[in-house]
Design a protein around this ligand. Sequence first.
Ligand code: FAD
Length: 385
Amino acid sequence: VPSEEHLDLMQLSRHLDDAEQARLAGLTQHLQQTVRPAVIEPWNAEEFPDHLLPGLAALGLGETLVDGSSPLFQGLAHAAIARADVSLSALLGIHNELIIGTIQQLGSEDQRQRWLPRLRTLETIGAFCLTEPEHGSDIAGGLATSATLSDGEWRIRGSKRWIGAGTMADIALVWARDTADGQIKGFLVPTGTPGYRASTIHGKTGLRIMQNADVELDVTVPEDAILPGATSFSVTNHLLMSSRAWVGWQAVGAQQALFDIASGYARQREQFGTPLASFQLIQAALAQVAGNLAVSTALMGELSRLQEEGALTMLRASLAKATLTRLARESAAAAREILGGNGILSTHEIAKVAADIEALYTYEGTHSINMLIAGRELTGMSAFV
Ligand code: FAD
């Protein structure tokens, strides 16, 4: 087993205070010992392991990422979750950043009091409903779900696709276009509302634990279901900027898992009478993963400092998301090769991590879209039509 030191070569955790270091160590231990071995079977069966949620809640993971701890702690905690399982880190990341974070920043006092306490303990799960069947990358201009206010009620109609936890969530944060002024606004829709219908998308080759859903909406909700602070797409975009940063941390955690698994295997498996780890080409592959991981970790460490100073920009977030998921993909190819045939076995962890990285590469804005956002910032010219 490689020392934890190799997984944090840039020694980012030394910047945490003693209490945060102890908390991170406790989290990592639970995630490695209890969660990691318990997710391989559900991943293959495309099932969500509900039984793990109380343990995660007991560790404070329902609110870890928004509870006032330092951005560096939040990032390293997020990486630790992704190291154990990328799907769970997607669920908890969306839950923390996009659901709790949005209600906290943009919700009314009533909405905060009604939803936050049970969200923080993971007794209530939220779904973030932005993408649509006909609009993914062009969602800002194309979003077609409509919201019409009449007689003190909003009628929201439309279809959403790829919605994480769409079938298991209690509350959906739905983005819809106000038919009165054409702006994209956010609404809190309890999933028990008549006219909310979600069906699981089966057959995903990555993030198989995460229950992504097609959601059909024809719901009527009270006037105060609207988030008072979420009244245009620029607000949504701002949320997506910080969520792109946590995808960077997911790429860190996924690469920690790759290094952990591949280096352990290379030491234990023998060919030609000697451990794989003694071969030059295997060492080069391990060094490539370790180098990508070190670069990813260092970049995210600096990004978390900038975040703390309020200096996270779209350019920085998009570059981090695109670059780190590209490096993670490269690391996945190198690491899985070290396992030979076992490297393409779905019941072996490495294939699971490699497949999950494909989803990181695509969601929260695809790799190309994040490169184009960065390109726009770098040149002042938009390549989007
Ligand atoms: P498209 O937009 O159709 O893109 C297809 C390809 O064309 C991509 O390679 C893209 O990069 C490229 N492309 C598009 N436009 C351009 C252009 N102008 N120039 C160059 N290339 C271009 N959404 C939610 O709202 N909530 C969720 O919880 C959620 N979870 C997700 C979980 C998973 C596992 C996945 C796969 C997706 C999730 N999404 C979610 C949706 C995700 O954000 C979209 O899949 C993503 O934005 C891409 O949209 P698309 O799949 O429609 O691809």
